[in-house]
Design a protein around this ligand. Sequence first.
Ligand code: DC
Length: 220
Amino acid sequence: MTALIIAIDGPAAAGKGTLARRLAALYGLPHLDTGLLYRVTGRRVLDAGGDPTDVVAAEAAARGIVPADFTRADLRGPVADEAASKVAALLPVREALFDFQRQFGDGRGAVLDGRDIGTVIFPDATAKLFVTASADARGERRWRELRARGVAAELAIVTAEVRARDAADEARAASPLRPAVDALVLDTTDLDPEGAFVRAMELLAGVLPSSLIVRRRDAG
Ligand code: DC
């Protein structure tokens, strides 16, 4: 039987990560937050005193990733966001990270969230969700996350950064952010994480094999 792959794409702070973790737990699958690969790559370039738009430095950083990089405490926040967005625009970086993502899902199945999982990494995924929300809703969520971590930030600035990063992710030539033609669109603007999970299960019920369809009362 082919492995179950659930691809979850969408812009920043749309609720992909929380949803991906819950779906992974529900189906007993490993979960990969692929944004971390670009965050780690951006950080490694900065550590080496390099520029995240320098393709040679960024590709070397992507190829040199070691497991300990994923436990770094400085992978979130505006500096990491910007460096990640810059290295993510470089095709050699994306190619360097391709095999890791494919191998993560091949064989045993997985839930992966990112920007190009359903379009590039797993174009034949069992199910593809494109999770989105208005830029204002996403800016406010990101602002609340920062405040909860004790980072002082202004809502208007955080929202503007979210918009700028979306624009960069959508406009880049290498794997631009866009829904796969066969993606199911989930708009979380007016949904809390529980509402988004329930709606995702409703959408998935239309595409998953019947043995995997979970009715609401059975779900975690
Ligand atoms: O999801 P995130 O905010 O952690 O992603 C960080 C950056 O990496 C963001 O600019 C989008 C980019 N990214 C990407 O281009 N492709 C992915 N599969 C995941 C993230």
